[in-house]
Design a binder for this molecule. Structure first.
Ligand code: SAT
Ligand code: MN
Length: 587
């Protein structure tokens, strides 16, 4: 096949001249094509079948053990000026990066098939959607892109009509971590990724396009590309609110997006629109509307069970791709926290031996189409998106951050977002459990200087009349004995309920130096198994610790130099002054 769009045809031809594949294959996105690729990969061992009775159409992929997570230290934003990438990104000049990548891509597809994947991020007919074409030599990438995006002929048609698309070039190379780079060229609307087959490094529509490149475009065009789930909450009275929540990778976005109400709140309904990325646009009526650019989930497997996330547990029982999980004697997939069965082989295919560590890799993943999910709503396909009532930021914090608080106003909310920090997880290569700053949960994903990004956020004050309220949550607070104080999972709905009742001006709160906190009595805790003491701890702050936090936040914001917006520093000072005043009063 070919295309009528000369720019696309020329690019595909030039990539083929450079990479020298044996064959070029244009992906149509059909079910038959998916099945044929699966058969081919079963043949060459890239995939294996799982138990066909209990896990129909499910496959296992074992990746190279050196290639199991995103590699932030090998991910670069390549702008002419280093300042434009900011200290939040690794930077390389476009000329140097192209030189390096050209050498790596030279002849790298010899003996391989080159797949051309036209894809559309967002509903095909939405004005908010953006298209791209990924060229890859990995059929595993093709089938994942099929589940995760709207790809193939329908996307190609839109691209030919629009004439613009993001160019993504990917090769697994030889999977040598020494020859691995993920390069972004925002000004060229292009991405080049070499040497990894793992999710965020290789499925270029996801983090590379829908966050890094899109955030750069969004700044120019007046919208936001964010690392947020989108969930709809329908109260027993029938009011529906849509909430967008930003958390770092592997902090439970997928669980929150498909939450199941606890028994006492069974009259509530929860609808999933997205579990990872939201594109937010101001509309004509002054509201922010969100679309999910993806159409599938690439979720963390360990910990998923019938209690923690029944919707996810059920949706990965058919038509799913598993990456780096263990298997049982019956050839079912197995992972830590599955609470059913025992591992026979670990994620590397060895006989399971606890001495080798967990049976499933801690960052093992499932890929499924969003329509597998029981709480999926076809509003996820609505071209106009959904109006957002509240934006929620959160991280994984043992101490300091309370269960929930509400920012005073938009500008303060931007500070709250910028203050997000979290203990690191297995979704990225490196030490797990270290606290790091992760503003808006976008540290690894913002395609330009964070200082400019905060300015862009602050500017929405002038763009939009009915801005959402902004909140911060922390499900991960622990007591001194290291036990979690909040039960989490379905019970998180109680916090979301307070949030939307705040949006409706119905729920109570007390004003503190850091914003509005619920009193224990402001939360619906009927039937919740929690001590009064734990609830008290969750809804109070240690002003001294929080003041230290604010001081360190101020230093962090200042470290961005002149570009840091004054308004953000002013907000930091306001909170700091209020905390000092509280401490002075108490002493
Ligand atoms: O690897 S991905 O970036 O796709 C998943 C994640 O880290 O959130
Ligand atoms: Mn993510």
């Amino acid at each position: 096949m070919t295309t009528m769009l000369p720019e696309l045809q020329d690019w595909v031809d030039s990539v083929a001249r450079q990479t020298r594949p044996d064959t070029i294959y244009w992906c149509s996105g059909t079910e038959d094509e998916y099945q044929e690729l699966v058969q081919q990969m079963l043949g060459d061992g890239t995939l294996t079948t799982l138990n066909e009775t209990t896990y129909p159409n499910c496959y296992l992929h074992r990746s190279d053990p050196n290639d199991v997570a995103r590699v932030e230290h090998l991910t670069f934003v390549c702008t002419e000026s280093q300042e434009d990438a900011g200290q939040n990104n690794n930077w390389m000049s476009p000329a140097d990066a192209h030189g390096k990548m050209d050498a790596l891509f030279d002849g790298c597809m010899r003996g391989r098939t080159m797949y051309v994947i036209p894809y559309c991020m967002g509903p095909i007919s939405s004005e908010f959607s953006r298209c791209g074409v990924e060229i890859t030599d990995s059929p595993y990438v093709v089938i994942n892109m099929k589940l995760m995006t709207r790809m193939g002929d329908q996307a190609l048609k839109r691209i030919e009509k629009e004439g613009t698309f993001v160019k993504g070039l990917h090769s697994t190379g030889d999977l040598d971590p020494e020859r691995r780079f993920i390069m972004h060229f925002p000004a060229e609307l292009s991405i080049q990724s070499f040497g990894s087959g793992y999710g965020g490094n290789a499925l270029l529509g996801k983090k590379c396009h829908a966050l890094r490149i899109a955030s750069y475009q969004a700044r120019r065009e007046g919208w936001l590309a964010e690392h947020m789930l989108i969930v709809g909450l329908e109260s027993p009275e029938g009011a529906v609110h849509y909430v967008a929540c930003a958390f770092p990778s592997a902090c439970g976005k997928t669980n929150l997006a498909m939450l199941i109400p606890p028994d006492e709140l069974h009259d509530w309904k929860v609808w999933t629109l997205g579990d990872d990325i939201a594109w937010l646009h101001p509309d004509d009526t002054g509201k922010l509307r969100a679309i999910n650019p993806e159409s599938g989930y690439f979720g963390v497997v360990p910990g998923t069970n019938a209690k923690t996330n029944k919707n996810a547990y059920d949706m990965i029982r058919h038509d799913a791709i598993f990456t780096n999980v263990a298997t049982t004697e019956d050839n079912e997939p197995w992972w830590e926290g599955k609470q059913d069965g025992k591992p026979a082989k670990d994620w590397q295919g060895r006989d399971y031996d606890p001495a080798n560590g967990p049976a499933a890799h801690p960052n093992s993943r499932f890929t499924v189409a969003a329509t597998n999910n029981r709480s999926y709503t076809n509003l996820a396909d609505a071209p106009e998106g959904v109006p957002i009532s509240a934006i929620v930021f959160g991280g994984r914090r043992k101490h300091v951050a309370p269960l929930v608080y509400e920012a005073r106003n938009w500008e303060h909310g931007v500070l709250v977002g910028a203050s997000t920090a979290s203990e690191t997880t297995a979704a990225m290569v490196g030490e797990v459990g270290v606290i790091r700053r992760d503003p808006m949960a976008m540290k690894p994903f913002c395609g330009y200087n964070f200082a400019d990004y905060w300015t862009h956020w602050l500017n929405f004050k002038n763009l939009t009349a009915h801005l959402p309220k902004i909140f911060h949550v922390n499900w991960f607070r622990q007591n001194d004995g290291g036990e979690f104080l909040w039960p989490g999972f379905g019970e998180n709905l109680r916090v979301l309920q307070w949030i939307i009742e705040r949006c409706e001006h119905r729920a109570g709160a007390r004003e503190t130096a850091i914003g509005f906190l619920p009193r224990p009595s402001d939360l619906d805790t009927v039937g919740l198994d929690i001590s009064a003491e734990a609830l008290e701890t969750l809804t109070t702050i240690d002003s001294r610790k929080f003041r230290d936090e604010l001081i360190s936040l101020g230093e962090y914001l200042e470290s961005y130099g002149d570009r840091t917006p004054r308004e953000l520093l002013r907000q930091q000072e306001l909170v700091l002054d209020a905390l000092s005043e509280e401490l002075a009063k108490a002493s």
